[in-house]
Design a binder for this molecule. Structure first.
Ligand code: PEP
Length: 252
């Protein structure tokens, strides 16, 4: 059985002082849910330290929203795996569609970041997903599985269970338009079958595949009850602690 993973992506929201307040609130509300899911929040780089301090001993993990693949060097504005690890991160989001869309993230850079994250001992959350145009043109499977294949290129089967994939249809992110549970489950099953064909049963059965895209308290239970949906990557609703706690509870 896979433990559901609920990750909050705070994106470029909240100053460090505000993020600390949010984390303290989170500790109170999620701490009281008796959640069986693994819970993680991913604030901005500038808030990692204070959010980590506020969550200490709570069982809620810290994650970063991005990292660079090099260990160090002349890469102005970038942050390495060791930097986020030593500040307390357990998880790191890689290849979010906003990074692909606005910051020229490519399948190749996601693959390099994934290898570096695993090497450093981080737990990566690798995002994949198609645009509405691609879906309507019948390219969903080709696009999503192409992203999965490229991200995992050269990664050994033993490492796969330590990776989470997040299926996030771009047309559902921040739009209020959610994939139906059946639409999401179809893609999650495709991804798991694809992983099975390449990495074998053990890896495919263990890997967690989250759904992301306008997950809210009122649609979370049905999404998370699908056989191949192992929790969610939550954007907007993760900034509202009551909503986030309700989503965590929906994961069991
Ligand atoms: C996300 O940013 O990964 C996301 C799923 O956002 P939202 O929940 O706001 O759609």
């Amino acid at each position: 059985m896979r433990t559901a993973l609920i990750a909050g992506n705070w994106k470029m929201h909240r100053t460090a002082a505000e993020a600390r307040g949010l984390a303290e609130e989170l500790r109170g509300v999620v701490g009281g849910t008796g959640a069986s899911a693994d819970v993680v929040v991913c604030p901005t780089f500038t808030s990692l330290q204070v959010v980590g301090e506020a969550l200490e001993g709570s069982g809620i993990s810290l994650g970063a929203q991005n990292m660079h693949w090099e260990k160090e060097g002349a890469f102005t504005g970038e942050v390495s795996a060791a930097m986020i690890l030593t500040i307390g991160c357990i998880y790191v989001i890689l290849g979010h569609s906003e990074r692909r869309q606005y910051f020229a993230e490519t399948d190749e850079s996601v693959n390099r970041k994934l290898a570096a994250a695993l090497d450093a001992g981080l737990k990566p959350i690798v995002c994949v997903g198609e645009t509405l145009e691609q879906r309507e043109a019948g390219q969903m499977e080709k696009v999503v599985l192409g992203q999965v294949r490229a991200a995992l290129d050269g990664i050994p089967a033993e490492a796969i269970p330590g990776i989470a994939l997040a299926y996030e249809p771009i047309w559902a992110i921040g739009t209020g338009r959610t994939a139906t549970p059946a639409q999401a489950e179809e893609v999650h099953l495709l991804i798991r079958q694809f992983l099975r064909s390449i990495f074998g049963d053990r890896a495919a059965d263990a890997v967690r595949i989250q759904y992301g895209g306008s997950v809210k308290p009122d649609n979370a239970s049905e999404l998370f009850s699908q056989a191949n949906i192992d929790g969610g990557l939550i954007g907007g609703a993760s900034l509202e602690m009551e909503s986030f706690a309700a989503i965590v509870s929906a994961a069991g």
